[in-house]
Design a protein around this ligand. Structure first.
Ligand code: SAM
Length: 249
């Protein structure tokens, strides 16, 4: 089995594919002063199996297009939406976030939790802006340094994983120079990493290894996950996901 397929297999049955929580999604929404006179047009980009899509669908009168590159996640979201009676509000779209088929100025809100890094924060902000109506909102969560300096081990790790990692003030500048006005920001609490994401991951290790006959590739994937968890627990004072809410000017 290819490594990408293994990674999908490891994450597909999880409630979420990255740090976050239903409360974080609701909090980000509460920071967005949206007028609800008509049905909102929303895209949830890099939706995974749709933890945040379901919260948005519950909370809003909206047509939500949930976009992901991998059909396995979208199938899970379809099942979950049906089980919650929310399928009427959610349209599934298998597409790359780099080639979205939306009309210009057609969306009220672009939502993306833990996914914009796949094309890079600034690249995503630049590319997605045209799809928003004037005064539309962008809500994205993104790995963020919490201080100006940090230990070398964590600095080196993230600079090699995602060189665009930086502090919130730098992300605000990126938003501002690309025609957005930041209207809200908060950092995800530790519980959104540990209870919501890493504990469920750790609980899946044994079954995953058994299901894949302890193959070298499966063991390698688990060791990468373990290292990520170790680094987070050791250096959690220095980084988190920041949730950025910004208005298109
Ligand atoms: C870390 S997960 C976050 C998923 C979900 N938003 C959550 O927080 O649970 C990143 C998601 O981005 C999706 N993804 C990766 N590259 C993509 C691309 N080029 N276009 C669309 N989705 C992509 C992955 O399949 C995955 O579902």
């Amino acid at each position: 089995m290819e490594n990408l397929q293994l990674l999908i297999d490891f994450h597909v049955n999880a409630k979420r594919q990255g740090p976050g929580s239903d409360l974080d999604t609701a909090k980000a929404l509460s920071l967005m002063p949206i007028a609800c006179e008509s049905k909102l047009q929303i895209a949830d980009i890099g939706c995974g199996s749709g933890a945040q899509t379901l919260v948005l669908a519950k909370e809003l009168q909206a047509d939500i297009t949930a976009v992901d590159l991998f059909p396995e996640f979208l199938e899970k979201l379809t099942e979950r939406a049906k089980a919650s009676g929310l399928e009427g509000k959610i349209k599934i779209l298998e597409a790359s976030m780099e080639e979205l088929p939306f009309e210009n100025e057609s969306l009220d809100i672009i939502w993306s939790e833990g996914a914009i890094y796949n094309m890079g924060f600034e690249n995503g902000v630049k590319n997605w802006k045209k799809f928003l109506k004037p005064n539309g909102y962008l809500a994205v969560s993104e790995i963020t340094w919490l201080s100006e300096s940090r230990p070398k081990e964590i600095e080196d790790h993230w600079n090699s994983e995602y060189p665009e990692i930086c502090t919130a003030s730098t992300k605000f500048s990126v938003l501002e120079r690309n025609g957005f006005s930041p209207v809200g920001y908060f950092i995800l609490p530790e519980s959104s990493w540990i209870e919501e994401y890493y504990n469920p991951i750790e609980n899946r290790f044994d079954k995953f290894l058994n299901d894949h006959q302890h193959s070298e590739a499966a063991k390698e994937l688990i060791s990468i996950e373990k290292e990520e968890i170790r680094l987070y627990k050791k250096y959690k004072d220095y980084l988190s996901y920041g949730f950025y809410i910004a208005k298109k000017l």
